[in-house]
Design a protein around this ligand. Structure first.
Ligand code: ADP
Ligand code: MG
Length: 328
């Protein structure tokens, strides 16, 4: 049986004249890792803040863990953990105090509080740092501590708002590992991110969000298949002649010229087309000097749906520019 742990219908939210959330509906199933992927200002944090009862719901309905966000905010709060976009740790408290204090806020019995604290310190590999004040932790350690705090009360759903923002690549990968581990232990995860690789690597399903609206939802691979166009970069001894020949092929949808070569946007499976292209060009006496095949990335998917790149996406700019050029 499919159980929707989060169920949102026609959510709208304005700050004065700014419509931050503009009619959003979606569901998250029990046990999923679900991501909102979108640029800064898309409305991601606003949705998280409504679902976690930090912002009052203005319009639409939202249920979390079976409870209505507007009518049963306390029940919702008991069911969730939150990791905020900005660090919110008290600098002068120790790592262990942060977790213990959080447990006390939620009236956890002392014994359980202690046990859970040590368990979580192990999970996020901070067991050696229990007595360290948080101001002395690295950025990655602080983030791990925040995740541990979000898990203190064994939430049904853990909300993570941009969990790896500003962290170095190694630390990000470790945090992804913790998120997967937590999920495997049964916690449903709702996360927001503006990093495509993060959404791509972690999520069972992704909603791409922009200007307060969901643009599309799907499994990462589904989104790529929907885009369905491989890219081939090619340099040859005679680029002009090569481009002319390749334009004749049905599966070549677009060619954009580059300083030293060209990028072909093709339909279908590039691994099958590539040998044909090489044979064809070689047969006409054109030597191929460089060739490479690329599957569309989340960045390409985003550009495809929104017509623009994610602003700080850390992505393959080349192919995005091509797809945009090819879109017309
Ligand atoms: P994201 O988390 O995707 O970056 P936000 O939900 O933070 O986006 O913001 C969505 C829009 O709402 C932005 O235009 C932002 O400037 C605006 N906004 C967010 N919070 C407030 C606030 N407290 N007051 C006024 N405007 C806000
Ligand atoms: Mg945000």
């Amino acid at each position: 049986m499919d159980i929707n742990i989060i169920d949102v219908k026609n959510l709208e939210h304005s700050f004065g004249d700014v419509k931050a959330v503009d009619g959003i509906s979606f569901t998250v199933r029990k046990g999923e890792i679900f991501s909102f992927l979108g640029p800064n200002g898309a409305g991601k944090s606003t949705v998280i803040n409504i679902l976690t009862t930090l912002l009052k719901l203005q319009k639409g309905t939202a249920k979390v863990a079976g409870f209505d966000v507007a009518k049963e905010p306390e029940k919702v709060r008991e069911s969730i953990g939150i990791v905020f976009q900005e660090l919110t740790l008290d600098r002068d408290m120790t790592v262990r105090e942060i977790l213990e204090y959080h447990g006390r806020l939620y009236s956890m019995p002392k014994e359980e509080r202690r046990r859970r604290t040590e368990e979580l310190l192990r999970l996020v590999q901070l067991e050696g740092k229990g007595d360290t004040r948080t101001k002395y932790l690295s950025g990655g350690m602080k983030r791990r501590l925040e995740i541990a705090r979000g898990l203190m009360t064994r939430p049904t759903v853990l909300f993570l708002d941009e969990p790896t923002i500003g962290l170095d690549p190694q630390t990000r990968i470790r945090i992804w590992d913790y998120i997967r581990e937590i999920n495997q232990q049964g916690t449903t995860i709702f996360l927001t991110t503006h990093y495509m690789d993060e959404a791509d690597q972690l999520s069972d399903r992704i909603s791409i969000i922009d200007h307060g609206k969901i643009i599309t939802t799907g499994r990462s691979l589904e989104l790529k298949n929907m885009l369905g166009k491989d890219l081939i970069y090619l340099e040859s001894s005679d680029n002009r002649a090569a481009a002319e020949l390749l334009r004749e092929l049905d599966s070549v949808k677009d060619i954009s010229e580059k300083p030293k070569g060209m990028v072909l946007m093709i339909s279908g499976d590039g691994t099958r087309l590539l040998p044909k292209i090489m044979e064809m060009l070689t047969g006409r006496g054109i030597a191929i000097t460089t060739v490479n095949l690329k599957k569309p990335s989340m960045d390409d998917v985003f550009v495809h749906y929104t017509g623009r790149e994610l602003r700080d996406g850390g992505a393959e700019k080349m192919s995005s520019a091509i797809i945009r050029a090819g879109k017309r």
